[in-house]
Design a protein around this ligand. Structure first.
Ligand code: PGA
Length: 250
């Protein structure tokens, strides 16, 4: 069943106290009756406290990354088992900042996806073209390759634990949003690409989120597209009023 999802990627923002404050505000303002799955992704050091804090609330907690190995000499890294042990079973992978700043390749992302799935985690798989790709009209190719090289090694049964997040790099943190037509056109293409590789049932069931400068004033228009099932929110997820307004816009 395709789900409606709004996920907040907090990136490297909010210390322990600020995390608690923002969570308290979200708890207070969250609509009680909603069929939207709401997810927040604080930094690693605040995941355990976020899980505790949200124990009785309908908000799930995600990590922003995971290492592909089980354990070992990987200074500074965090394993899937560690995330699961503090109650986190969702992870964002392939974010454009991980790809660009930390040089994560499709092959590395694919191995992280495999590890996360082996641990029964849900993966929010991010991908999207850069401005130069769109200007050279190569954006469909880029997106298709990212899906094939980073994700399509999985098996049909794994799709229950996959959420797709299309995030055109030129729209992330820039205030520049893809137009609703551009978003729908790409989401339709993504669903078709999944359909060709894995069949109609999986393509119809997978949730495809849009990310890139989603704000309260543009969320409704973006979410009203038939192939858009929610959003991955950066900047606007750091303000409770904005984030809740986006949740309510679905
Ligand atoms: P933004 O970030 O909403 O600030 O553009 C989105 C993201 O990076 O997931």
């Amino acid at each position: 069943m395709r789900k409606k999802i709004v996920a907040g990627n907090w990136k490297m923002n909010k210390n322990a106290e600020q995390t608690e404050d923002l969570l308290n505000e979200l708890i207070e303002k969250m609509p009680t009756e909603t069929d939207v799955q709401v997810i927040v992704a604080p930094t690693f050091v605040n995941l355990a406290s976020a899980v505790d804090h949200l124990e009785f609330i309908n908000i799930d907690v995600a990590a922003q990354n995971v290492h592909q190995a089980e354990s070992g000499a990987y200074t500074g890294e965090i394993s899937a088992d560690m995330l699961k042990s503090v109650g986190v079973d969702i992870v964002i992978l392939g974010h454009s900042e991980r790809r660009a700043i930390f040089h994560e390749t499709d092959a590395l992302i694919a191995s992280k996806v495999n590890t996360a799935l082996e641990h029964d985690m849900t993966v929010i798989f991010c991908f999207g073209e850069e401005l130069k790709d769109r200007q050279s009209k190569n954006h469909f190719n880029v997106v298709e390759n990212q899906l094939r090289d980073g994700l399509f090694q999985i098996e049909a049964k794994d799709w229950d634990n996959i959420v797709l997040a299309y995030e055109p790099v030129w729209a992330i943190g820039t205030g520049e949003t893809a137009s609703p037509e551009q978003v729908q056109e790409m989401h339709e293409f993504i669903r078709e690409t999944v359909r060709k590789a894995f069949g109609s049932d999986i393509a119809e069931d997978v949730s495809i989120l849009y990310g890139g400068s989603v704000k309260p004033d543009n969320a409704k228009e973006i979410f009203s597209n038939p192939d858009v099932d929610g959003g991955l929110i950066g900047g606007a997820a750091l303000k409770s009023d904005d984030f809740i307004a986006i949740v309510n816009a679905i």
